[in-house]
Design a binder for this molecule. Structure first.
Ligand code: ZN
Length: 360
């Protein structure tokens, strides 16, 4: 993330703090000074915030390490004043994996809360779950327990960009299409955002900030999903067709004309026995006919400089190859075996199909 400073690595994942992070420290000091607290109390408050952010880091590591179990690596973890962000290499597609990865973060905070809570119970110290007092040496761990619970609850709000939004989307994705699930969560997020902003005006202005954060999150998430579906990023294999027409190189030109006319094709594949020999475009056929070469065999007209593309290259790369070599058809190969062809027609058909799938 930009404007961030690396502070270390845990389990091979770089941890950054964002340049805006000191705002929270300045804010805590400001509040404490205004309340007239001593230097010792202020430094304890700052230490508390740092420990709290260590818990936030553990929360992000929860996401990262569960994602790693499913072979998804994490680029880095950045700490912002409002919380942490773990940037995964790619988003889990499987709803169950998404659910586990999203829930892992809040689960870490719940675990910290439970450990602290039971230590209080074992030591016979009364624990009032609703009380929150100023941070001093005596209630440091009490507040830490409460805030971890609060971080867990806050993150489980069922709206983007909170973990709860992803948990909800994962659960919905098990029943409906992912894109629809996404829209539902975005809509729920907007409602929650409006409620927070409304409450903020009457109660705590901090809620307005959270509301705006959720509102922005709902928008960002839907835009990201739309971008993900660019058909140019799919592999060539998806647009490959095996419905092409072949003729032998010893065939007469007349046969090529017949195939193009009957099948509405703009070209044919010329074979040498079982091996692809080259391509013959309708354009070349018409030119040969107008030159009066109607009686010739196709091998003399075949474009043997046929271009091959590997099945796992992107459609974008395929289109670039066509442009570079001025051809309208590519042979698609998988480990040197002919898989089929891609031409402008098959790419267009695939593009329309992808659009159709994302519309409904
Ligand atoms: Zn999280």
């Amino acid at each position: 993330m930009r404007n961030s400073l690396a502070i270390g690595k845990i389990s091979g994942i770089s941890i950054f703090i964002h340049s805006t992070f000191p705002i929270i420290i300045v804010w805590i000091v400001f509040i404490n000074v205004r309340q007239g607290y001593s230097t010792e109390q202020i430094s304890r408050s700052v230490a508390f915030v740092l420990v709290l952010f260590f818990c936030v880091t553990l929360h992000e590591l929860g996401h990262a390490l569960v994602a790693r179990r499913f072979d998804i690596e994490t680029k880095d973890i950045t700490l912002l004043p409002i919380g942490g962000v773990a940037r995964l290499e790619n988003m889990p597609e499987n709803p169950l994996v998404e659910l586990l990865v999203a829930f892992a973060g809040p689960a870490v905070n719940i675990l910290i809360f439970l450990v602290l809570y039971f230590s209080f119970v074992i030591s016979n110290i009364p624990f009032n779950i609703t009380g929150m007092v100023h941070i001093t040496g005596e209630n440091f761990f009490y507040n830490l327990a409460l805030l971890n619970l609060w971080v867990a609850v806050f993150n489980l709000i069922p709206a983007f960009p909170m973990d709860g939004g992803r948990v909800l989307r994962a659960i919905l994705s098990m029943r409906v299409e992912r894109l629809f699930a996404n829209q539902i969560v975005a809509a729920v997020g907007k409602i929650i955002a409006v409620v927070f902003i409304g409450l903020g005006f009457f109660h705590n202005p901090f809620l307005i900030l959270i509301g705006l954060f959720i509102f922005w999150g709902a928008r960002a998430e839907t835009q990201e999903e739309d971008h993900e579906l660019s058909f140019l990023e799919y592999t060539v294999e998806e647009a490959t067709t095996t419905e092409y027409h072949v003729i032998q190189k010893s065939d007469k030109l007349e046969k090529a004309v017949q195939v193009c006319l009957d099948e509405h094709k703009t070209g044919v594949i010329v074979m040498d026995g079982q091996v692809p020999y080259g391509t013959l475009s309708l354009h070349r056929i018409i030119k040969a006919l107008s030159d009066g070469n109607g009686n010739t065999t196709v091998d003399t007209l075949t474009d043997v400089n046929s271009v091959h593309v590997e099945y796992n290259e992107s459609i974008k790369d395929a289109l670039l190859l066509m442009q570079q070599h001025k051809v309208s058809l590519l042979f698609v190969t998988k480990y040197k075996q002919l898989l089929g062809i891609v031409d402008q027609q098959s790419i267009l058909a695939f593009c329309l199909q992808v659009n159709d799938d994302s519309d409904d």
